[in-house]
Design a protein around this ligand. Structure first.
Ligand SMILES: *Cc1c(COP(=O)(O)O)cnc(C)c1O
Length: 489
């Protein structure tokens, strides 16, 4: 065997001319700087408790990112120093144990390593035959196992559940209208398609109906019970009324963990209705689906195994670094028939890099995709579902603990039952404005970062406890500070 050596343009062998590539001239120096940057970010996570939850970006720093397009180079060491002083201090705060706003994951140190490796490999995981595709298939098989889906189930890592829900609506639409409808469009339907979800469903479900071309006016928002759960009898009645008027029901979207209060729709009952009515049964499990990792919580999502598809976010309760949304589909053929598109430049082969039948680009609209699977695979592989599940369970216990403190407080009252890890409360007899101001005061002070929502027309303080770093002491401290603020107000 002779080793092939790159030859220069004029054919002579010699050291490659590297004057025009984008690699560092001095690899040893690069290595040192890269290790230092990694150290900075590890320190950022390790010392998160010593800092404010959040602080506003100062004007000098905003100005730093309003400069014109650089033409010449700059030393990486200077750029890394900029990151240390201009980026790290003004991060969004969700790593902090007293960040309780919206529904956000805290990440884990394992995720840092995974993102570093994925960036280094820079694989395009839209398709072809390489290890990135196998790692993603492993994640899909794990989730199929976790949710009791059969062999032949398929899945895809996406940016988030907004995308996963949009794909699910698209798959259900093509399933109802047949694959030819991808070419002919909605006008080839025998009537108006309609879908069902609850009044508490996430806004991205309506948005998915808009994007799919069906229109959000054709999404029925079914009423919920006092605990915020879709009422199956109301669903049945709405389907019957639509059928009587000539509409074409095709999809029901249940929510496992509503964004307002964490309510879980009665999934098994809804599955039965969907099955009787021959509707696609999708579950938006962005918040709650991963509760299946916690054995004491398994009952909360019972019935999810009867679904046709599930959307979930590893970046919320799974603490995989953003973005890590996921869609699982029971019938892999139904999944690919909604997206697969043949193209000359994407043709498959029996061997070599273009081997393999179904590529991720056949399962969604993305062609170029990063090695999204690695951070999810590595988080689960390293921590195991038991440990992740225990962290999930702990946040639910902390939510119950916080709710107890609210109930005992002379100042505050609960505004919704606590189903999982979300606590909505407000000042007793106080106004929406009082609750809004308290949230802003806490955020600006840097002591805690709850958010808010509107329940029965009233703005309430909302603590969504997802963070695996949060402790009882954090809850105590939060209650002490917010009570002090409310008394002073
Ligand atoms: C967060 C969330 C979504 C949207 O997910 P993204 O990952 O933010 O796109 C959808 N539904 C529910 C219930 C959510 O909590």
């Amino acid at each position: 065997m002779t080793s092939k050596r790159m030859t220069g343009r004029d054919g002579e062998t010699g050291p490659p001319d590297r004057s025009r590539d984008l690699d560092p001239a001095d690899w040893a120096e690069f290595r040192r700087l890269a290790h230092a940057a990694l150290d900075d970010v590890i320190t950022q996570v390790q010392t998160v408790r010593e800092r404010a939850v959040w602080q506003p970006v100062p004007n000098e720093t905003r100005d730093r990112f309003a400069r014109s397009l650089p033409v010449g180079p700059r030393d990486l060491s200077d750029v890394v120093a900029d990151i240390r002083t201009q980026v790290l201090p003004f991060a969004s705060g969700n790593l902090h144990p007293r960040f309780m706003g919206w529904a956000q994951g805290a990440g884990t140190p394992v995720g840092i390593v995974a993102e570093m490796v994925a960036a280094g490999l820079n694989m395009n995981c839209g398709g072809r035959d390489h290890i990135g595709i196998e790692v993603e298939r492993q994640v899909v098989r794990w989730m199929a196992e976790a949710f009791g889906y059969p062999d032949g189930a398929s899945g895809l890592l996406l940016t988030g559940s907004s995308m996963a829900n949009f794909l699910a609506v698209t798959i259900a639409k093509v399933n109802a209208m047949g694959p030819d409808s991808r070419a002919t469009g909605l006008r080839s339907a025998d009537g108006q398609l309609v879908a069902y979800t609850s009044a508490e469903a996430h806004s991205c479900i309506a948005q998915a109906m808009q994007l799919s071309g069906i229109g959000s006016a054709n999404l029925r928002k079914i009423e919920v019970d006092a605990a915020g759960r879709l009422r199956p009898e109301a669903l049945k009645a709405s389907i019957a009324a639509d059928r009587a008027r000539g509409f074409l029901p095709f999809l029901v979207v249940a929510t496992a963990g509503t964004v307002n209060t964490g309510a879980i729709d009665p999934l098994a009952d809804i599955a039965r209705v969907a099955s009787e009515e021959k509707l696609w049964f999708h579950v938006d499990g962005a918040i709650g689906a991963l509760s299946i990792f916690a054995p004491p919580l398994r009952h909360v999502c019972s019935g999810i195994e009867m679904s046709d598809s599930v959307a979930l976010d590893f970046h919320k309760w799974g603490h995989v670094p953003y973005e890590a949304g996921f869609l699982l589909v029971r019938d892999g053929a139904a999944h690919s028939q909604a997206f697969a598109e043949s193209a000359a430049y994407l043709q498959r082969a029996e061997r070599g890099l273009a081997a393999g039948e179904t590529w991720p680009c056949d399962l969604g609209p993305d062609l170029s995709r990063g090695f999204r699977a690695l951070k999810t695979w590595m988080t689960i592989e390293t921590l195991g579902t038991a440990r992740i599940g225990d962290a999930i369970l702990h946040t639910c216990e902390l939510a119950t603990f916080l709710a107890e403190q609210v109930k005992q407080s002379p100042i505050f009252e609960l505004k919704a039952p606590v189903a999982l890890n979300i606590v909505c409360f407000g000042v007793k007899g106080g106004s929406s404005e009082a609750n809004r101001q308290l949230v802003m005061d806490l955020q600006v002070a840097g002591t805690a970062a709850p958010s808010w929502t509107t329940i029965d027309g009233e703005v309430v303080i909302r603590c969504a406890i997802f963070n695996h770093r949060t402790t009882r002491a954090d809850i105590d401290q939060f209650m002490e500070v917010i009570s002090g603020l409310a008394r002073g107000a």
